[in-house]
Design a protein around this ligand. Structure first.
Ligand SMILES: [Zn+2]
Length: 444
């Protein structure tokens, strides 16, 4: 009994300070129930593990009883009624729905990568059980995966190098691993073309495949808006392609030059699988982790499997809630373009910003919008003042980050960074640039 009381007290003490006050009376009641229940129904219950398990549940229940500044727990995260404006490039190029690509960078592990997409640890463990080598991912290797519905992993593909690809498919018990070794020959090929219509159709006409076009767009996404290219703009792309029996098996973008309005933009692939400009500088401007000047308390976490304690239904929470006073300035976390700024609906007054091609951020339950659709914003610009509009139980900001059309955990997501190459990495990169640059000329 004392043990129960102590555990509840611990749960209580780990809560943020303001809540202890709000919770006071609530806790006393819960505590009374916790103490009273086993006494009445199980007077001689010596089943300690059972008790411990029940206490853990009660800690969760305690949390869910909090008058949190958040969306109501019995509902899914606020889904704006309108879809985001359609984008031709997305429709033509985006990979298979629910498929995600990831280039391994330093410090990554399989669990740290999959964790930010809210993939279950049990799946990560099952993958490692299927292939221990997954513990030793290397910088520059590519992972891609497909999900079933909102969060369960269906298939993972690991491209170890140009020759070997391993695939893990969900099976009745765990994951089934298979490996494919390519025997084709890798050749460098330059593809040149001119804009006549959209970039996608022009690139297809020049002989680039869908995945190749997607790679080009991603590599230049921070420098160019592909929708603003004009007729007559030129591009030269160096692809490394694997040819087997005269057919193209797979390819890798080595370097690209795109000339528009008399100016050339470049991106080159480095050993780490990322793209840099001619001088080895990073192309993505950094993101801020938090959409506010000050960091506010998280009142509800990102959780694609959030369970309603009453109905037992899963109500995904695709963002993170920060409790903050009404009127707090809400800032753009990165450079981008406002694609939605509208009032009303379950999301309340709401803003969405597109950053480059792969990133989208959304800000909900706002009081007052300070931007308009189509407006360009810089990192740190004010988008709105926070509020308590729409389906909300208290003043808070609901903040989402989407990467490749998939919601990720804003607190752990790998965000674009500004860092460039340095030292030996940079020297090797520059030598490669000197080699590739002449191949990207326009021959006139
Ligand atoms: Zn929320």
């Amino acid at each position: 009994m004392q043990q129960i009381a102590r555990s509840v007290a611990i749960a209580f003490n780990t809560l943020p300070r303001p809540h202890r006050v709000m919770l006071g009376s609530l806790t006393v009641i819960t505590l009374a129930v916790a103490v009273w229940r086993p006494f009445v129904y199980h007077p001689d219950n010596g089943d300690t593990p059972g008790v411990i398990k029940r206490i853990a549940l009660e800690k969760n229940e305690l949390r869910s009883l909090l008058p949190e500044a958040s969306e109501p727990l019995d509902q899914s995260a606020p889904e704006p009624e309108d879809d985001l404006p359609p984008d031709e490039i997305d429709q033509d190029v985006s990979a298979e729905a629910g498929t995600h690509d990831y280039v391994v960078s330093s410090g990554d592990t399989l669990s740290s990568i999959l964790n930010q997409y809210d993939i279950d640890m049990a799946d990560v463990n099952a993958l490692v059980k299927a292939d221990k080598d997954l513990r030793a991912l290397q910088v520059g290797q590519q992972l891609s995966w497909t999900l079933i519905g909102d969060g369960d992993l269906k298939r993972l593909t690991w491209q170890l190098n140009r020759r070997e690809t391993r695939t893990y498919d969900r099976s009745a018990n765990g994951f089934k691993a298979s490996s494919e070794i390519q025997k084709g020959e890798w050749q460098n090929q330059v593809v040149r073309g001119q804009l006549n219509g959209s970039f996608v159709t022009s690139a297809q006409a020049a002989g680039l495949g869908r995945n190749e076009i997607s790679a080009v767009i991603k590599s230049l996404q921070w420098q160019l808006d592909f929708r603003k290219l004009r007729k007559g703009d030129r591009f030269a792309v160096l692809m490394s392609r694997e040819i087997l029996d005269g057919k193209r098996q797979q390819s890798q973008l080595v370097g690209v030059r795109l000339q528009t309005g008399g100016k050339s933009y470049y991106a080159f692939r480095a050993e780490d699988g990322k793209f840099y400009d001619r001088s080895g500088a990073g192309l993505a401007r950094g993101f801020m982790r938090f959409p506010t000047v000050k960091q506010y308390r998280v009142s509800s976490n990102f959780n694609l499997r959030r369970l309603n304690p009453v109905t037992g239904r899963i109500a995904p929470h695709r963002g993170v809630d920060f409790a903050m006073p009404i009127g707090t300035p809400v800032l753009a976390v990165g450079d981008g373009e406002v694609v939605v700024a509208k009032n009303g609906g379950a999301a309340g007054n709401y803003v969405a910003v597109r950053h480059g091609r792969q990133y989208m951020t959304r800000y909900m339950h706002l009081k007052k919008l300070l931007v308009k659709p189509g407006q360009k914003v810089k990192r740190g610009d004010r988008l709105a003042l926070s509020g308590n509009t729409g389906r909300s139980t208290g003043p808070h900001l609901h903040f989402e980050i989407w990467i490749n059309n998939q919601a990720v955990n804003p607190l752990t997501a790998k965000l674009p960074r500004m860092e460039g190459l340095s030292g030996q990495d940079r020297r090797e990169f520059l030598a490669q640039v000197r080699d590739v640059m002449p191949q990207l000329s326009f021959n006139d």
